[in-house]
Design a binder for this molecule. Sequence first.
Ligand SMILES: *[C@@H]1O[C@H](CO)[C@@H](O)[C@H](O)[C@H]1NC(C)=O
Ligand SMILES: *[C@@H]1O[C@H](CO)[C@@H](O)[C@H](O)[C@H]1NC(C)=O
Length: 158
Amino acid sequence: MAEPVSKSVLFVCLGNICRSPIAEAVFRKLVSEQNASDKWRIDSAATSTYEIGNPPDYRGQSCMKKHGVPMSHIARQVTKEDFATFDYMLCMDESNLRDLTRKSNQVKNSKAKIELLGSYDPQKQLIIEDPYYGNESDFETVYQQCLRCCQAFLERAC
Ligand SMILES: *[C@@H]1O[C@H](CO)[C@@H](O)[C@H](O)[C@H]1NC(C)=O
Ligand SMILES: *[C@@H]1O[C@H](CO)[C@@H](O)[C@H](O)[C@H]1NC(C)=O
């Protein structure tokens, strides 16, 4: 029998095609390795409307394939309901943080804790830079940062 969902996290970046779907996929895999999938609601979303409806960037897809991390997502924008229903919103940079904080102030029943995903990094890399204009090694860097941060977040959230 599935236990009821008790925790929820939404990963957020600008377009929801590079960084946040990678973070979502990495966290989903970690949670499933802990046999805790039933306990978590996991998703990702964008602050902007730029990429709504699009799959993850192909460079991110090949990076995930290389690391054996299943990734399947269609970009969507953060909604008002997200602020009321997710426990955590973990974003990538200061610009995301400003956007989310501003939007949350417009939602009456916002409960989500809005934080930088990088604030969980044991190696203290606070900002996860947008790899969109970068190359494959920038996507690899994003993956490594997401992995470290998601491991630390999962340990702390349990
Ligand atoms: C998860 O479940 C599998 C299969 O039942 C088991 O082999 C594994 O040890 C479990 N892992 C954890 C972290 O509980
Ligand atoms: C990626 O770009 C950086 C500079 O931005 C460069 O140093 C590095 O060699 C490039 N890596 C690959 C795999 O092309």
